[in-house]
Design a protein around this ligand. Structure first.
Ligand code: SF4
Ligand code: SF4
Length: 472
């Protein structure tokens, strides 16, 4: 009776993946799409990032676009928050937060950002999905690339590029929509009504996505991305990366009559892990610079292990120490490097949240006149001068009152005289405070200067300064 073939035998013989080429940088990698845990995580993360990117510009808040970067007016709108150039510290902190978070992620789990979150990966996933719809599975695409040009090849490639152009065009217009207004970005494009900067931005972003994620894709991750070069300084021997468990896998060898040959390890040399790799890496050769830690090879290998009745996890996320010491004990977080990065990330995050929540819609900078610090007036009062810049960061023009607290009998040149400020206007004013000499208790007394909107007393800001006199 003929020996029953296992599905794994059929798979390997029929598909002939054994000769699959690893990435040498000379050809486009056509990776197989295989289902699995990490593939599902990638779908979820793709949705979490791509859907908001395309949809958020259509949300409105207070009759304006909810997220809008108004470059000419130098204002950033984030729902109810308006970030002015004077709040640059928030943007600086946001950038710091993003970088340190990236460092923390890398210290804990290597290039996991590249594998799951990087726009290059997200859009490459999207464009190769379209490639699969139009040109077929990975092997069919490789054959199509090698085939001479004919009607069928032109039809398939033409349809793919048309869909890529639509996706990259929509990406570029949406990106522009965050700066020009989303409806203006669409109508401006279709009516050829962009200004030179808008056309330049559109072409740049379109080309960036079309070329990088459509044509270059894994070459960007492997050869061009500077982050791949510097990641080594952020990782250590406890960083988890997708790793081949060579203790279990070697000696690798093909199935013999549907079984793992006597003396062989669990790796049946099927090359499935290589065929699914978007950067064309053979993970069994050890950790490599091209590996973006996406876990897709682990999915593929788990599937094979299930078919040959071996435990899953021959390729899995583990650290150098785990694989070298052949152990499952690990230290994911309690290490100086991740702890340091996480501490900085947390502090930065709290600072940003505080600044965003308590961002003041008005600002006041105060500089006490130093030369002279005080003047003895003819009416025997003491005068101090404060050079001030007051700024209205609300969305409308308003009147503001300057008041003082802490000095007996103090009078100012702004008593009953509000300062009118347009929206976004910054004005230089000199505040003169006069105090009867007899009321001064010492050579220096605290004074609190307050700027308050006449229409909305909740819009207010304070500054503590000193009032100087001759002393007793
Ligand atoms: S590691 Fe797994 S998927 Fe890769 S060749 Fe070996 S058995 Fe096949
Ligand atoms: S080797 Fe595995 S984890 Fe690394 S990029 Fe390829 S499929 Fe992803």
């Amino acid at each position: 009776m003929a020996e029953e073939k296992k599905h794994s035998d059929y798979l390997i013989e029929h598909e002939d993946y054994a000769n699959w080429q690893i990435n040498l940088g000379d050809k486009t990698v056509h990776a197989r799409r295989a289902p699995g845990r990490f593939r599902n995580i990638k779908w979820i993360i793709n949705s979490i990032f791509l859907l908001p990117f395309f949809l958020l510009p259509y949300f409105t808040w207070d009759e304006r676009q909810a997220i809008f970067f108004d470059i000419p007016e130098r204002k950033f709108y984030l729902f109810n928050i308006v970030v002015w150039p004077q709040d640059f510290i928030i943007l600086a902190l946001l950038m710091l937060f993003a970088f340190i978070l990236l460092f923390a992620m890398t210290a804990i789990a290597g290039r996991i950002f590249c594998g799951f979150v990087c726009p290059q990966t997200l859009w490459t996933d999207l464009l190769t999905l379209v490639e699969g719809w139009t040109e077929g599975k990975a092997k069919q695409r490789i054959k199509l690339d090698a085939a001479p040009w004919n009607f069928e090849k032109i039809r398939k490639k033409g349809l793919k590029h048309l869909m890529w152009i639509v996706i990259c065009g929509a990406t570029s217009i949406t990106f522009l929509g965050y700066f020009s207004g989303i409806y203006d970005a669409w109508t401006g494009f279709f009516t050829f009504n962009y200004n030179v900067y808008e056309w330049a931005s559109f072409i740049f972003v379109f080309a960036l996505f079309y070329v990088n994620t459509g044509f270059l894709r894994e070459q960007v991750c492997q050869w061009m991305c500077p982050y791949s070069r510097i990641q080594a300084v952020m990782t250590d021997k406890d960083t988890i990366t997708t790793t081949y468990d060579y203790h279990r896998g070697e000696n690798r060898g093909r199935l013999v009559k549907g079984q793992i040959a006597e003396g062989n390890g669990d790796c049946i040399d099927c090359n499935m892990c290589v065929t699914v790799c978007p950067t064309g890496v053979d993970i069994r050769e050890g950790n490599q610079i091209g590996c973006i830690n996406c876990g897709l090879c682990a999915d593929a290998c788990d599937d094979i292990m299930e078919r040959v009745n071996r435990p899953k996890g021959l390729v899995r996320f583990m650290s150098y120490n785990e694989v070298e010491n052949n152990t499952t004990t690990h230290n994911r977080f309690m290490r100086p490097r991740p702890l340091f990065y996480m501490a900085v990330t947390t502090i930065t995050f709290i600072s940003i949240a505080y600044l965003l929540l308590f961002i003041s819609p008005i600002e006041m900078n105060v500089n006490h006149e130093r030369s002279p610090t005080f003047t003895l007036m003819s009416d025997r009062s003491i005068q101090n001068v404060y050079h001030m810049i007051v700024l209205n960061k609300t969305e409308s023009a308003a009147d503001f009152m300057l008041t003082t607290k802490g000095l007996d009998g103090a009078m100012t040149n702004f008593d009953d005289k509000p300062i009118h400020l347009l929206s976004g206007e910054a004005k230089k004013v000199d505040l003169r405070i006069k105090v009867p000499r007899k009321n001064l208790k010492s050579a220096s007394q605290d004074v609190t200067i307050t700027l308050t909107s006449t229409e909305n007393p909740e819009i207010t800001t304070k500054y503590k300064s000193a009032f100087f006199g001759p002393g007793n």
